[in-house]
Design a protein around this ligand. Structure first.
Ligand code: 5GP
Length: 217
C-alpha cells in the first residue's frame, strides 16, 4: 500500500491522555497513553474492507493470524460482508485460522513458530488468500508466513495488517493494506496482548513501564 493511503499516528500529538477516554480500571496504571481510540479503529476498518473488495474479483479465503489478529479479523470480515465489488457483486468468503508465535514479553524472539498442517492448507491451491494480521513490526513473521504459504500454490496472496510499526528493525516488508502506521513502541489492546493480558482493552494503547513489570514472565 502506498504510504499516502494509510493513517500515520507516529507524531506525539496522537497520544491521547488516559483522561480523554474510558480505560478499564484494572489497566489504569498499565498503559501510558491511548494511541488509537476504538471508534477510529472501527471507522478505518470500514474503509479497508471497501478497498479490499474493490480489488477482489471472486471468492476470498480470509486467514486470521492468531491470536492477536482475531478482533481485527472479526470486524474486518463483518465489514467485507457488507461490501460489493466494482461489478456490484458480493464476495463469497471462507474463513481460516493460522497460529503464529514470535514474542516473549515485549521482545521478538527471532524464531517464528507457525502452526499449519498440510491437511489444513491443501484446499488453498488456486484460491485467493487474504491474510489478516494485527501488526507488522520487523516484518520477519509475515515474510516467513508468506514463504510457507507458497508451498500450497494459492492463486494470489494479499495481506491486511491493522498496524505497521515504523522501526529501524524493519526488513522493508509492507502489506497490501495498512490501517495505521504507529511509532516504535509496544502497543496493546484491541486483542494485541502482552503475555496474554490487555486483549480485553478496546483502544490501542502504549504499555507503561508499570504494565511491563506487572505482567512480565
Ligand atoms: P514481526 O515479526 O513483524 O517483528 O512481529 C510480528 C508479531 O509480533 C505480531 O504478529 C505480534 O504478535 C508481535 N508484535 C510486534 N510488535 C508488537 C506490539 O507492539 N504489540 C504487541 N502486542 N505485539 C507485537
Amino acid at each position: 500500500m502506498d504510504p499516502s493511503k494509510w493513517i500515520d499516528v507516529t507524531s506525539e500529538s496522537f497520544k491521547y491522555s488516559l483522561d480523554h477516554f474510558v480505560i478499564p480500571s484494572h489497566y489504569q496504571k498499565d498503559v501510558s497513553s491511548i494511541l488509537i481510540p476504538h471508534g477510529i479503529i472501527m471507522d478505518r476498518i470500514e474503509k479497508l474492507a471497501k478497498l479490499i473488495v474493490e480489488d477482489s474479483k471472486g471468492p476470498l479465503v480470509i486467514c486470521c493470524v492468531l491470536k492477536g489478529g482475531h478482533q481485527f479479523f472479526a470486524d474486518l470480515v463483518n465489514e467485507i460482508k457488507k461490501c460489493n465489488t466494482v461489478l456490484g457483486q458480493s464476495v463469497p468468503l471462507s474463513l481460516e485460522f493460522i497460529k503464529v508465535r514470535s514474542y516473549h514479553n515485549d521482545v521478538s524472539t527471532g524464531t517464528v513458530t507457525i502452526s499449519l498442517t498440510d491437511e489444513e492448507c491443501q484446499d488453498w491451491k488456486n484460491k485467493n488468500l487474504l491474510i489478516v494480521e494485527d501488526i507488522i513490526d520487523t516484518g520477519n513473521t509475515m515474510v516467513k508466513l508468506l514463504h510457507k504459504l507458497q508451498e500450497f500454490q494459492p492463486a494470489s496472496v494479499r495481506v491486511a495488517s491493522l498496524l505497521l510499526k515504523k522501526t529501524p528493525k524493519s526488513n522493508g516488508y509492507v502489506p497490501n493494506y495498512v490501517g495505521f502506521a504507529i511509532p516504535d513502541e509496544f502497543v496493546v489492546g484491541y486483542a494485541l496482548d502482552y503475555n496474554e493480558y490487555f486483549r480485553d482493552l478496546d483502544h490501542i494503547c502504549i504499555i507503561s513501564e508499570h504494565g511491563k513489570e506487572a505482567y512480565a514472565i
